[in-house]
Ligand binder design. Structure first.
Ligand code: ZN
Length: 696
């Protein structure tokens, strides 16, 4: 027997030597960023049971943990746990002490024997967590790596409630309990929280029991029977009101500071409908036992998708000041809700694959807006998403990114915004049925487990029957986007439109399906689709018996690209008149207003656009109108006066009032401003009062 062990050790040493060589030869990219492999699974988490109580003065957590793990495949005699800045008091198995080494980051436990993959084993750890002592490399990250945060712990700040909450992503929950703090681990959990009786607690799963203790404290017992990743573990403690809501049999609760309780539904009220909507489009019914959301103080991010216990920054309270029908936080609420399918149910196996969580959550918001508020609104939000991507650097980052300096670097507009646009392309290229069926397949195949980007590709391929390597290679494994220069002429002799599409970006060059709408003078159109090959310039000859009134490339703005299409003012005016998509109308208005010859016909078009069906474009037209031009002012004024008083959207009324208040003869509109100052709408009131004070 001994011989075998020596052979095993020798093989292990050779193996370690070889892997060390491998790492040494492929560890950085051209920019010196390190290669980040998917964390190796030696032991797998199975179950985490915690008993915690808190020292508010020292900002420390006293913890007992029973951690059940299982060897992944090979037999093990050691367990390595992430445990940041803790004091480790005792480590035992079945009541017997175990040897361990601890360097403030990793707790290496020598097991009492070799365990193989058929057997679970449970380790007991008695420890003190000291989040204030957690030091992470990089000054920026310190603020975000404490894992557990004591807010106004001594209660001395009269303007701030005392709270404790946690933030696990990326790998910070190991600052309050020892774990294998990697996204490719999953564990069920039980947490006993002992707190002063005046506090309420929140954690993942269901509250099973509350026991009052003799010393003025209470112990709450939370249990989560479904496995999820350690970074999604959450506890929140403080004086909160709990406002109850429901979706089917699923409890949906909102935890807010007590004085905000009357506004809970105003902030979170659409949550049940979101659970319903996302359950329908994924064809996977919301898989968790409840859905709670808590607004905490001094949060380190916007919001976090902790499974069944979402945390929100206090920015969510700003909704209270908003008009009925608006909710600036609703996109965030939808984002975190959709994470319960993409992120919590199926988790990106490594931070390199983060976009599998974030692109879907971001795109979920788009789908929610489209369903709830219509295409124009959703597209106007997509425009913001695109602007967010184009305005930031980082085009040279791959969407799936194996080389990076810090994990936090991946939480950028590439993983979120660009990732969402790439899903939109897949959605539109493959069609509704394929896209949503592939979503379902991906979720079913990897539920309560992890995935990498290629598993999403394979789900799409299996459903559609198409090969999608060409798409994934350039959009998921590569970086950048096309910059297109599109020119077209009409050859009367052959009756063909000659369409030249050049890619002017340095690299890489893309291939993609593309389409144009070709318009006749009467506004009727034909849609043509073709394939742009991977080369600097593609020329297409499209049969069309008469000279087209307009050739409109990529009418629905599906391709993620910068497009220069060399349209004239006449083209833009025609486009606004006949093309129906949000982007077509938006771009037409933008270019008409920017055109040097925009007076005359351009202004006439902007006046027409004051009656656009979408309120966002009515505001844009108001904004772009040149009222210094006498002719324009004369024609537009009656419409603006009507908008200021009767537009169905308060925001449009307010902008119309502002526009009127900028005119030299603003005194003529005093009656309208006075009427507006008594409006039940806050924005109309504010604009009117400002207009009144300006016209004195
Ligand atoms: Zn997210």
């Amino acid at each position: 027997m001994k011989k075998n062990i020596y052979l095993f050790i020798l093989l292990l040493l050779i193996f370690q030597f070889l892997t060390a060589q491998q790492v040494a030869t492929s560890s950085t990219d051209g920019a010196g960023r390190e290669y980040r492999s998917t964390p190796e699974k030696v032991n797998d988490l199975v179950h985490t049971k915690l008993r915690l109580h808190f020292d508010f003065t020292k900002k420390q957590v006293y913890g007992e943990e029973w951690l059940t793990v299982q060897p992944h495949f090979y037999p093990v005699q050691e367990l390595s746990l992430d445990a940041k800045a803790m004091l480790i008091h005792e480590v035992t198995i079945n009541g017997n002490s175990l040897k361990y080494q601890y360097d403030r980051k990793i707790l290496k436990i020598q097991l009492d024997k070799i365990y193989n993959r058929q057997n679970n084993y449970t380790i007991y750890i008695n420890y003190t967590a000291r989040p204030e002592d957690v030091k992470e490399e990089g000054s920026e990250a310190i603020k975000y790596a404490k894992g557990i945060y004591f807010i106004n712990a001594d209660g001395k700040d009269p303007n701030k409630p005392t709270q404790i909450w946690t933030q696990g992503e990326t790998e910070s929950n190991s600052a309050w309990f020892p774990t294998i703090d990697k996204p490719n681990q999953k564990s069920t959990q039980e947490i006993y929280l002992t707190v002063p009786d005046r506090f309420i607690t929140l954690s993942n799963g269901l509250l099973k029991e509350q026991v009052k203790n003799n010393d003025g404290t209470r112990t709450d017992y939370w249990k989560m029977d479904l496995p999820h990743a350690p970074y999604l573990f959450f506890i929140g403690i403080g004086e909160f009101a709990i406002v109850k809501d429901q979706w089917n049999e699923v409890p949906v609760n909102y935890y807010l500071e007590k004085r905000y309780a009357p506004y809970a539904k105003k902030i979170f009220g659409n949550t049940p409908e979101m659970l319903d909507f996302f359950s329908r489009i994924t064809q996977i019914k919301y898989p968790w036992p409840k859905y709670d959301q808590m607004i905490v103080r001094d949060f380190v991010s916007g919001a976090m998708e902790n499974t069944t216990a979402v945390s929100h920054s206090e920015m969510a309270y700003e909704v209270i000041e908003e008009e009925a029908g608006e909710n600036s936080w609703e996109g965030t609420i939808a984002h975190e809700t959709f994470h319960h399918w993409f992120g919590d149910l199926v988790t990106a196996e490594s931070w390199s694959n983060l976009t599998l969580n974030e692109s879907f959550a971001t795109y979920g918001t788009y789908l929610w807006y489209e369903y709830k508020y219509g295409k124009d609104y959703a597209e106007s939000e997509r425009l913001k998403n695109l602007m967010g991507y184009f305005s930031k650097k980082g085009f040279k980052n791959n969407l799936v990114r194996f080389y990076y300096d810090k994990r936090e670097d991946i939480f950028d507009t590439v993983s979120y915004n660009k990732g969402s646009e790439i899903l939109h392309m897949l959605h539109k290229y493959l069609g509704d049925d394929v896209f949503f069926a592939a979503m379902k397949k991906y979720l079913v195949n990897h539920c309560f487990d992890t995935a990498e980007a290629h598993q999403w590709r394979i789900a799409l391929e299996e459903i559609s029957g198409k090969d999608l390597n060409w798409f994934f290679n350039q959009w998921y494994c590569g970086y950048g986007h096309p910059k297109l220069d599109i020119r077209q002429t009409y050859d009367k002799g052959s009756g063909k439109i000659v369409l030249a599409i050049a890619q002017t970006q340095d690299e890489p060059i893309f291939e993609f399906p593309y389409s144009v709408d070709i318009y006749r003078k009467d506004g009727s159109k034909e849609h043509r689709e073709f394939w742009v090959r991977k080369k600097k310039e593609n020329i297409f000859y499209l049969d069309f018996p008469q000279e087209p009134a307009l050739v409109n490339p990529d009418p629905d703005h599906v391709l993620l690209a910068n497009v220069e299409s060399h349209k004239s003012l006449k083209d833009w005016i025609f486009q606004y008149k006949y093309a129906s998509g949000f982007f077509d109308r938006y771009e037409a208005l933008k270019y008409i207003s920017a055109s040097e010859e925009h007076l005359g016909k351009g202004q006439e078009m902007l006046i027409k656009a004051l009656k656009d069906n979408y309120y966002g474009l009515r505001i844009l037209s108001l904004n772009y109108l040149n009222l210094k031009d006498n002719k324009t002012r004369k024609k537009a004024l009656p419409i603006i006066l009507d908008m200021a008083q009767n537009d169905t959207k308060n925001l449009v009324q307010a902008f119309a009032i502002i526009k009127l208040s900028e005119l030299n003869n603003r005194k003529d509109f005093t009656n309208i401003f006075k009427k507006g100052s008594k409006s039940s709408s806050r924005v109309v009131q504010k604009a009117s009062l400002e207009a009144l004070s300006g016209s004195k």
